[in-house]
Each structure stands twice: as structure tokens, then as C-alpha cells.
Design a protein. Structure first.
Length: 123
């Protein structure tokens, strides 16, 4: 069949491989893309062995961006897997530094993960 009847318009799905296009999307829309849902998010969860990288919990997992610099072409270090509770605490000023790293106030888990967007809060 010839190309005469083919549409010249492209769809979001056709563009999802293009990092520049993905970066141009509003963040909430980016999180709905096939690239995020079927590539970045599941790969991060698999690398983390389906566990929160802070408290080792295995429920309600979120994939959190450490940086948005490579949105659409994330490196493994650009994202971290957090459970719902650790993710919530990450976005509040309640996390505090300890002499061994960062401690989650809900479970006490201490970690050395470098979360570049983590607010620097001292006791």
C-alpha cells in the first residue's frame, strides 16, 4: 500500500523515544509516557530488587528523580526507589542528618544515598 493515505501527523507515542520531546512535556504528562511507565520506572524498581532504597520496604514503591538534568534519558543514578512513607518524608523538612548519613524519622533507617534534591537540614 502506498503512502498516499498515510497521515503525516505524528503521535506522542512516535515521539516518546526523543529525549528532547520528553523534556518538553509538563512533568506530570512525562510520568504518563510509555518511556517512563515501561522503561525508566520498572528498570529502577528492578535494580532496587523491588525494595525501598532507604528502609528496604516492599510496598507502595515510588521512583523519585534525584535530578531532572537528563529527563527523558535518565541514567540509573538519576532516580531512586522509595516507599510511600520514605518518599513522603523526603518531601518534608523532617529528614535530619546524622553522623552516619540521613535517618528516616518514621523507621529510623540510616542511609548514605546521595539525593541531590534533598534539603540540607541540620539539627
Amino acid at each position: 500500500m502506498g503512502k498516499e493515505g498515510a497521515s503525516i501527523m505524528t503521535t506522542d507515542t512516535e515521539h516518546e523515544h526523543d529525549a528532547a520531546y520528553l523534556r518538553s512535556l509538563p512533568y506530570e504528562q512525562y510520568l504518563q509516557t510509555e518511556h517512563w511507565r515501561e522503561n525508566v520506572r520498572p528498570a529502577a524498581i528492578e535494580r532496587a530488587d523491588h525494595r525501598c532504597q532507604l528502609c528496604n520496604g516492599d510496598r507502595g514503591l515510588h521512583v523519585h528523580h534525584n535530578t531532572y538534568d537528563r529527563l527523558g534519558a535518565e541514567l540509573p543514578s538519576d532516580v531512586v526507589v522509595l516507599c510511600n512513607q520514605c518518599h513522603w518524608h523526603h518531601h518534608t523538612p523532617r529528614l535530619h542528618t546524622t553522623h552516619t548519613g540521613i535517618a528516616c524519622p518514621s523507621c529510623g533507617a540510616e542511609f548514605w544515598l546521595e539525593l541531590s534534591v534533598l534539603p540540607s537540614v541540620t539539627e
